[in-house]
Write a protein that binds this ligand. Sequence first.
Ligand code: ASP
Length: 329
Amino acid sequence: MKHILMLSTGGTIASEPTDHGLSPELSGNDLLALIPELEGLCRISCKEILNIDSSNMQPEHWIRMAHAVSEAQDAYDGIVITHGTDTMAYSASALSFMLQNLQKPIILTGSQLSITEEGTDGKRNILDAFRTAVSGIPGVFIVFCGRILCGTRAKKMYTKDFDAFHSINAEDIGRIREDGTVEVKDFPRQIKDFQPDIRLNPNICTLTLLPGMDPKLFDTVLDLGYDGIILEAFGCGGIPNQERSLLPCLKKAQEKGVIVVIVSQCPYEAVDLTIYDVNVQAARLGAVSGLDMTLETVTAKLMWVLAHTIEPETVKTMMHTCYAGEFTI
Ligand code: ASP
């Protein structure tokens, strides 16, 4: 029988009502005790590494999670991580970059309703996560509402619907049928040796453009000393270059050696900085396309890349290198 480790970190799945709203209270063992169907599927060990709402998740917590996985991976056939849904996609991406080529399944899951609530999706999701871990599929995945999603492609699309996570710009990796069968499509496997690379530089920020945004805001942010800035721009990467032009800010970023990565406010398809005047001029001032990566993935990847180098050309090369299936080649 396979031996799967569950690492619990909190989230709605582990929450109970309090006088200040839902708050994580249940331990990993409490969760497991509520799912008798796990009996006979695999041997299970459990360790609580955090018990927080995932809105409180920090890059330091991603590092702690990555170390916990890396240290345990030899002794187990797979690892299930229970996690709040709100920032699960960020955590999945961060783990994907720090734990590349891990030849075991790392499955993140959670739920929209607490496991003790009537009609909860928590039991199904944990059961499906274990089934997927037992299947042996290597890599970091989110399992939610029957879907198996690549960790660098998943995005929380609904605040309350059970089918909350969708795969952006890539197909689902597979699904778990109602009878519990795990179906996995053919997907590119990582075949290099596992070499944990657990480091992040969290010194980045995100600016969301809006029509009329005052360039002073961008300018002020540039003076705060970030190593990287993610700009959530319009359409395929449009940046104002007439009234309230942001081009002087991009020039200043370039001169200071601050990397600016452009992601789109559209969830689907890619940034393309070669099409319009409002793209091309920004690209000429060093703005780096986020390609078809999600904001969550660009955030985690930029932190990981900037922990290796802050030299702009190398950062750009690394941002445009696919490490964990994160963009379409
Ligand atoms: N606020 C919760 C969290 O992210 C939401 C959830 O888990 O569904 O921890």
